[in-house]
Ligand binder design. Structure first.
Ligand SMILES: *Cc1c(COP(=O)(O)O)cnc(C)c1O
Length: 377
């Protein structure tokens, strides 16, 4: 372990602006370097590396003995869609807990899949409602599964995953988690959170490049999911079966993405694992929020609901303040931020994740201060 020494992150080449967004994110030079190989899909080195990556992903959530890891080509939404298609039987019914755009996406996916879905929605600045969940499950015995977004990246709110899992388990239903912007940083252990499946991707808190997602699915019930999928390329059961039988991916594997993810997982271990990564993100988040508040910005969320992943700031003086102008000037100073995704209020978002240090977050705040001075001139 080189955890002490690796506290200082290796610098990213200066020419590239820092991506303070929900992804793609700034990755380390090491992760980018790792992609400089062309592996064939049947190459023994690739097969071993692939297996190692899947094992490592399982161990990050203490699921080695209970769950399977099925990687999939594509962005995170491909993995969410594949998870829903695989886990929900055609006669199943999903109760979907929604407090943002990614929750709504789950509903939309169910419509495409032709799966029954009912929605329990709370406002974008409020966590999902545990009492309402309890009542809904008691009232409808037809609900087979519940879906929740762990960190709803729309606002940056952290949903109470452990409590949701408890309620769902108490009613004997199955839990599906969109852990996209949480996996690798927020606490998530199969040892204390019963879940049927979760979906996540390589390019958020794992700090690798975009191009692949993965689903972690309960072993005991996985065989029964055969035939559920509506789609050839998103059929997770077949994806798993082929990989289990041959060690290879079913269709062209994103070999370079796997090489990058392998390196990123090594880097995560050297940093000190999930806990150390969460601490750095918390430091990033604290530096950002304190600095921005000193400049007069307000956060959408109170600190106790804020995940250290991405922060929504309300746009001050909306009439005097154009996001486009703000964005462009910050970009020219080397920082890429993100527009807000709220439906109710004008806002913008700044991410705390990626290969980024608290010092760089402080530099981002200074750049914001500079832009404000320019805009007020
Ligand atoms: C990023 C993200 C996704 C997937 O989005 P893609 O653009 O398809 O990668 C899904 N859910 C959440 C909560 C996310 O943050």
């Amino acid at each position: 372990m080189r955890s002490k020494k690796s506290k200082k992150l290796e610098p990213v080449p200066d020419a590239e602006p820092l991506l303070l967004t929900p992804g793609p994110l700034t990755t380390s030079g090491r992760v980018k370097q790792a992609m400089l190989h062309d592996y064939g899909s049947r190459d023994k080195r690739f097969i071993e590396l692939n297996r190692g990556v899947c094992d490592k992903l399982l161990s990050l959530c203490d699921a080695d003995r209970t769950h399977l890891c099925i990687p999939l080509q594509g962005s995170g939404s491909f993995a969410v869609e594949a998870m829903l298609a695989n886990q929900l039987p055609r006669e199943g019914k999903l109760l979907n807990l929604v407090n943002g755009a990614y929750g709504h996406r789950v509903t939309e996916i169910c419509r495409y899949l032709g799966r029954q879905v009912s929605v329990l929605e709370t406002a974008e600045h409020q966590p999902v409602d545990l009492a309402a969940l309890d009542r809904a499950l008691a009232a409808d015995a037809g609900i087979t599964h519940v879906a929740v977004v762990y960190c709803e990246t729309t606002s940056g709110i952290m949903n109470p995953l452990a409590q949701v899992a408890q309620v769902v388990a108490a009613h004997g239903r199955k839990l599906l988690i969109d852990a996209m912007s949480a996996f690798g940083a927020l606490p998530l252990s199969a040892a204390d959170i019963p879940f049927a499946a979760l979906a996540a991707s390589a390019n958020k808190c794992l700090e690798s490049v975009p191009g692949l997602g993965f689903v972690i699915a309960e072993q005991a019930t996985f065989a029964a999911t055969a035939g559920n999928a509506h789609s050839l390329s998103l059929d997770l059961y077949q994806q798993w079966r082929y990989m289990n039988d041959t060690g290879q991916w079913r269709f062209t594997p994103p070999t370079h993405c796997l090489l990058a993810l392998h390196e990123a997982l090594q880097q995560l271990a050297e940093e000190g694992g999930v806990t150390a990564r969460r601490r750095r993100y918390q430091d990033n988040c604290r530096t950002l929020v304190q600095g921005m508040r000193e400049l007069g910005f307000e956060t959408l969320l109170p600190d106790n609901l804020q995940a250290p992943i991405i922060v929504t700031f309300l746009l001050p003086e909306p009439e005097a303040f154009s996001f486009e102008e703000f964005y462009r000037r910050l970009h020219d100073k080397g920082f890429v931020i993100y527009p807000g995704k709220l439906t109710q209020q004008d806002s913008f978002r700044i991410g705390c994740i990626g290969h980024v240090t608290p010092e760089q977050m402080a530099a981002a705040v200074s750049a914001v201060a500079q832009v404000l001075r320019e805009l007020r001139r």
